[in-house]
Ligand binder design. Structure first.
Ligand code: TYM
Length: 350
């Protein structure tokens, strides 16, 4: 039996705690808003403990210009707040200000297996053909993501569909750590991939994810787009010639139609079926203007608020610093217990 099993401090009780993160690597898209930010605010408003992180250490797994990274971090902070994340009710901070993330990630580098990481599709996509030239950080990225979540003993992680595989790996790391050391220390997290817009697709190709890295700006709606740009992108979005069907099954094989219905549903807090009940039989000539109006009225207040917040960068930095202190107060003791379990001598005072 390991020493750790006899130590009561390693038996954690895992009450509900939400954690999620977004990379400051370019602008925010409608996909980030519907798949993540909007839902972050909803979790907070349900009164659950919520911790949200701007994952700057993840962003540098591919090259980032330092000045642009700093700017993107502040813009993303403004995006969180403008989307309804209240720094008084949620903890909002940037990852590099809480050293426990990187420290736990190292321990997880020694738990996760090369084979597990080699199967990650995001690594394969991002590294492309030239794998030899990818950073070691890009390969180890999911271990840091697991550490982000587990350094808070978070139990629920709201994300879009594209993060599912990383969360499965997070679970595998928790299970292996607990088994290796004979403890019940890290909770096995629940991915929360819910709602109509867990995978918002490109406006140009309904089989591709809407992404900030797509070379075509027409493929996405940016949270900073003005009303004209939003309306124009929706008007020009690829569609088919059929009217909208009566039921969700009728969207089968119509990825572009499904995507626009999903976006409408998520923006208006309705289900696909409810949207179709309203628009069945109508063509895109009627549906697109309705969607454009809805998108403009939902998104322009957010981009206006972001602009307002960004006029006071000092205040944004203050919010992130204070969030980091609150985050650190939760993370540090969990990291300390992890070191104890692993067998590190911890004799430093203060
Ligand atoms: P990132 O920065 O790529 O995206 C942030 C969030 O936005 C969601 N998302 C989408 N949702 C629906 N449709 C889309 N087209 C779309 N595009 C993006 C993503 O699923 C994500 O929820 N590895 C993460 C960041 C991360 C993290 C974490 C997340 C680091 N540590 C710990 C949760 C917990 C990422 O690169 O997300």
């Amino acid at each position: 039996m390991t020493e750790a099993v006899q130590t009561p401090l390693v038996e954690a009780t895992h009450s509900k705690r939400v954690f999620s993160g977004i990379q400051p690597s370019g602008g925010l898209t409608l996909g980030n808003y519907l798949g993540a930010l909007k839902r972050f605010a909803e979790a907070q408003n349900q009164g659950i403990e919520t911790i949200y992180c701007i994952v700057d250490l993840h962003a540098i797994t591919v090259w980032q210009d330092p000045a642009k990274l700093r700017q993107a971090t502040r813009e993303l902070a403004a995006g969180f707040i403008a989307s309804g994340v209240d720094p008084a009710r949620s903890i909002l901070f940037n990852q590099s200000q809480v050293g426990a993330h990187a420290e736990l990630a190292w321990l997880f580098n020694c738990v996760a297996r090369m084979g597990w990481l080699s199967r990650m599709t995001q690594f394969k996509d991002k590294a492309g053909k030239n794998r030899e030239n990818a950073s070691v950080g890009l390969f180890a990225y999911p271990n840091l993501m697991a550490a982000d979540i587990m350094v808070y003993h978070a139990t629920h992680v709201p994300v879009g569909e594209d993060q599912k595989q990383h969360l499965e790996l997070t679970r595998d790391i928790a299970i292996k750590f607990n088994n290796d050391f004979g403890v019940n220390f890290f909770p096995v997290v629940e991915p929360v991939i819910e709602g109509a817009a867990t995978r918002v697709m490109s406006l140009r190709d309904g089989t591709k994810k809407m992404s900030k890295s797509d070379p075509s700006d027409q493929s996405r709606i940016n949270l900073t787009d003005d009303a004209d740009a939003i309306a124009q992108k929706i008007r020009k979005a690829k569609t088919d010639a059929e009217p909208l069907p009566e039921t969700p099954e009728g969207l089968e094989g119509r990825p572009e139609a499904r995507n626009l219905v999903n976006i409408y549903a998520a923006l208006s807090d309705k289900t696909q079926a409810e949207v179709l009940a309203e628009y069945a039989g109508q063509g895109f000539g009627a549906f697109k203007p309705a969607l454009a109006d809805l998108a403009v009225s939902s998104l322009t207040p957010i981009s206006d608020e972001m602009q307002r917040l960004l006029q006071d960068v000092g205040e944004i930095d203050r919010i992130l610093g204070e969030g980091a202190e609150r985050a650190d107060a939760i993370a540090r003791p969990i990291l300390e217990q992890t070191y104890e379990i692993v067998g590190m001598v911890r004799s430093r005072r203060g």
